[in-house]
Design a protein. Structure first.
Length: 438
């Protein structure tokens, strides 16, 4: 029988709400706890809540398979207080043999993997190290749901996501991977008002998309329609070069960005206020001096809430991350670190964070609208995961059925792609379009 690790790889399973790390690669020896991230880190997203409400049995089957394969004694299914209340769960509830509920506080960014591990287990992952070094494996709710489907022979073809923001009704739907956002909005009567922008992801860390060209990917957790005037959207259009230049001269060194940084509060050697005052020319000459920039989780608290000067430490750090990536450098700590005593009192309540972003009025519990595959086409990219892109293995003009392999995994860290609808194939460099034959 094929091992679970190979089943997950063959099914094309990725982290469903993050950067798209191939999930099979997380299955390493030595873990003594499996954490399931159902925290829905970002405001306005209810995808995991609806999944847990409707598909808990499959989620639990996926968890059980991972526990058995990796020989892990127990799992904690982690949700925030507001989700636990809606599901009528309490701390420590036993959902199945060796699977228990862990209730997290309603704070941001609790869905961040490093913060989640500490809150759930009391362990701090050494800076720049993987969770397995703290004897922990972390999967998203949808990821283990997809594990359960893979065990039945079903690869990743569908995606659960929230459509929310300034909409009449916030909804959760299940649609084919590659569904055009424009056609998806038309299907559900979603209109983007003038003066609004659409994000793929949450209001803090989501990316601006063009509705006319964007498609649903394996990592799409939500599509949010937000006013251009909201701080959430304004932060997306910060001029990085100007921000870096301003930061070098305008920063008053109040240290608020460091005082409120979630990673710094966990004891990580990340000091945004010092990053801000580091001359870019010096960093280019000696990139090692900004090595700790790779420890930033990109939550945005420093730029949207902490800074009183209108500076974006996040933009500066992101710039340094790019510089370090070019030089193939990253921070990897060898020393244990401890959270600061102030952490408990400096975490940002979710409601406050929504207000700061200007999205609080749009927070409506999503309604389940079901599954649909009735779209004219899908566009499936070969780079929906971290690692080597998939290798297209279907010919231009071929007709495929839903579930057919259309791109194989490359050597090394990589994943395959599957047809998510029936149709005729058009092959491009890094994209496969499948058009439904009517």
């Amino acid at each position: 029988m094929m091992e679970l690790k190979e089943i997950m790889r063959s099914a094309g399973i990725v982290g469903s709400g993050g950067a798209g790390f191939p999930s099979y690669a997380k299955l390493a020896d030595g873990a003594d706890v499996l954490l399931i991230n159902g925290a829905e880190c970002e405001p306005l997203l209810y995808t995991d809540y609806i999944l847990l409400k409707r598909e808990l049995s499959n989620v639990l089957k996926g968890i059980e398979a991972v526990l058995e394969y990796a020989k892990i004694p127990a799992s904690l299914l982690c949700v925030k207080e507001h989700t636990a209340e809606k599901l009528r769960w309490k701390e420590g509830n036993k959902l199945a043999e060796r699977i228990f509920v862990k209730v997290l506080p309603n704070v941001y960014p609790m869905g961040d993997e490093i913060s989640l591990i500490y809150q759930a287990t009391g362990r701090v992952v050494k800076p720049g190290n993987l969770p397995i070094t703290a004897k922990t494996i972390v999967f998203n709710v949808e990821t283990v749901y997809n594990v359960a489907l893979a065990l039945k022979g079903e690869p990743v073809m569908m995606k659960w996501l929230t459509i929310g923001g300034n909409v009449e009704e916030s909804i959760v739907v299940k649609v084919p991977v590659g569904t055009p956002v424009e056609e998806l909005f038309e299907k559900y009567g979603v209109v983007v008002p003038e003066g609004h922008t659409v994000l793929d992801g949450g209001p803090s860390m989501g990316k601006v998309i063009d509705v006319e060209t964007a498609v649903v990917t394996k990592t799409t957790k939500g599509l949010l329609i937000l006013p251009d005037a909201s701080p959430a959207i304004q932060s997306k259009f910060i001029d990085v070069k100007k921000s870096v230049a301003r930061a070098e001269t305008a920063c008053c060194q109040c240290t608020r960005c460091t005082d409120m940084c979630p990673r710094a509060l966990l004891g990580y050697p990340l000091e945004p206020h010092k990053m801000v005052r580091t001359a870019m020319q010096a960093a280019v000459a000696l990139p090692q001096m900004v090595l700790s920039a790779t420890l930033c989780c990109g939550c945005g608290i420093c730029e949207t809430l902490a800074c009183c000067q209108g500076i974006s430490p996040k933009a500066v750090i992101t710039n340094y991350k790019g510089l370090l990536a070019q030089n193939k450098l990253r921070f990897v700590g060898t020393q244990e670190v401890e959270p600061t005593p102030e952490r408990e009192y400096r975490m940002v309540p979710s409601e406050r964070w929504e207000s700061v972003l200007g999205v609080k009025s749009f927070d409506k519990v999503s309604v389940w609208k079901g599954e649909t595959s009735d779209f004219t086409k899908v566009e499936i990219g070969t780079r929906q995961h971290i690692g080597a892109p998939s290798v297209i293995c279907v010919e231009d003009g071929a007709e495929v059925k839903k579930g057919d392999l259309i791109a194989s995994a490359a050597d090394g860290l990589s994943l395959p792609q599957y047809a998510s609808i029936d149709g005729k194939v058009t092959v491009e460099k890094e994209k496969i379009t499948i058009s439904r034959v009517r």
